[in-house]
Design a protein around this ligand. Structure first.
Ligand code: EPZ
Length: 426
């Protein structure tokens, strides 16, 4: 398994281009299953989760052409398999996004029930409850979710009140409802920009979705959907990660091809914590640490438009370098502080009490051997390694490859001393 070797203490400088959003590309790729015509997606990030999603589509029978690295031409016909098998789902929970489209277009779908993951139990009960509200019959058979549309093979419009905001739950229902008979209303829906991006693609395919980005989404079902062309939005979590990379190394960066508006809450919190962020234009941010230094600021993770849980770990790394005590409350996932104990190995002062992490700073981090446990935890450890004195070795960086495109190359181009070590090299 690859590792990263980082020699810290170097301020980053220069320009970095943000890739497409993994968490938009995955549902948009699944949406291609809703039509026999070709869906062309641009700005698909070259990350492992998108390769896994592509493999799932090909296993179903779709053709995925990649004329350029970040352009996918997906034609989901003929579809011969109506299931997302255990082997795939266990490597990537987002495979569950095949459920809604398969059920809506073919009236049947089988998806291995995703188990828990490093950050939490992550059930899909709300996805299933929603599909039942559209008339589906859902059973659990030998670890698989088996869903069937009502006798006449088509889902029917209905109402779903999400007890909890769920991003992929909203996306699964959104896709399923596009081909249902009649109107569907989703209440307490997720408002993440990735949900709006999916809705934009669906409407380009001929769907009738209104209200995406708000808590209430209305979908008028149509008989069939067609092909479309769509460009995936930039990755706001990658944007946030590079904002913190500049601040934690005391460097100065220009972040290109991002959408500042999507990172509004993160930018607001970072500014409060002493990070100077200038919106150069609608797709460019300039960032540096304020000369007055970083100050501790509390944060609570919540669904969009509040502070994203996917930025919590990176923010914690920054708070180890800030003056004072900060409290970080994780309300979305029950086990998303795995990075804290690894940073403690680097000398960070962090105390965990259930869903609250208290960070004392500033502390000079020391290079050490640490282990990544999940995607965002690995980003946190890279940031900590960049700020630390001496060498840091991060094990299991396969986690970071799931959602960051060539991060070590981007960082090296900004002056970081980081290299990927193959198993045999350590
Ligand atoms: C999406 O996961 C993202 N993944 C996650 O990003 C992100 O952390 C999460 O949303 C929250 O923002 C993708 O978009 C592919 P949820 P998702 O359903 O949809 C509970 C990353 O780092 N819940 O919004 O799986 C659940 O347990 C990844 O890129 C139920 O109880 O998350 C959690 O506590 C990690 N029942 C909360 O809701 C359900 O049926 C929010 O989860 C569904 C969810």
């Amino acid at each position: 398994m690859d590792k990263f070797l980082i020699t810290g203490g170097l301020p980053l400088s220069g320009r970095v281009v943000v890739s497409g959003a993994k968490n938009s590309a995955l549902p948009c790729m699944a949406a291609a299953v809703l039509t026999p015509e070709t869906v062309t997606l641009h700005n698909v990030p070259y990350v492992r989760d998108c390769l896994t999603q592509r493999r799932l589509l090909e296993d179903l029978g779709a053709t995925v052409l990649v004329p350029e690295l970040r352009t996918h031409k997906i034609t989901a016909t003929p579809i011969e398999l109506f299931e997302a098998p255990y082997e795939l789902v266990k490597t990537m929970r987002a495979s569950v996004l095949a459920l809604g489209p398969l059920l809506a277009r073919f009236g049947k779908a089988k998806v291995s029930l995703p188990g828990g993951c490093a950050i939490g139990t992550r059930p899909i009960d709300l996805h299933l409850e929603g599909l039942k509200a559209l008339g589906a019959e859902v059973t659990l058979e030998a670890g698989d979710v088996v869903a069937r549309a009502p006798k006449r093979g088509r889902l029917r419009g209905g109402e779903m009140h999400f007890e909890k905001v769920t991003v992929t739950g909203t996306e699964n229902l959104l896709m399923a409802a596009t081909l249902a008979e009649g109107k569907t209303v989703l209440h307490n829906a997720a408002r993440e920009p990735e949900v709006s991006d999916l809705a934009e693609l669906l409407n380009r395919m001929g769907a009738r979705v209104r209200g995406a980005g708000s808590p209430t989404i209305t979908i008028e079902g149509v008989e069939a959907l067609g092909g479309a062309e769509h460009t995936i939005i930039p990755d706001r979590i990658e944007t946030g990660t590079f904002l913190i990379a500049a601040a934690i190394t005391g460097g100065e960066l220009e972040i290109k091809d991002c959408v500042p508006e999507h990172s509004g809450i993160v930018i607001a919190h970072l500014r409060e914590a002493g990070v100077e962020i200038e919106e150069v234009n609608q797709s460019t941010l300039r960032v540096r640490r304020s000369s007055k230094g970083l100050v501790a600021r509390d944060v609570v993770t919540e669904p969009h438009p509040r502070f994203p849980t996917d930025m919590q770990a990176q923010y914690m790394a920054l708070m180890t370098q800030a003056e004072g005590r900060s409290m970080i409350t994780e309300t979305i996932f029950e086990n998303r502080f795995m990075h804290a104990s690894e940073m403690q190995r680097m000398g960070a002062q962090i105390h965990i009490d259930g869903r609250i992490a208290t960070v004392e700073g500033p502390t000079q981090l020391m290079g050490a051997r640490v282990q990544a446990s999940d995607l965002r935890a690995s980003a946190c450890l890279v940031l900590a390694g960049l700020a630390a004195s001496g060498e840091t070795i991060i094990d299991r960086v396969y986690h970071i490859d799931r959602g960051y495109e060539k991060i070590e190359m981007k960082l090296r181009a900004l002056g970081a001393d980081i290299e990927r070590l193959k198993e045999s090299e350590v």
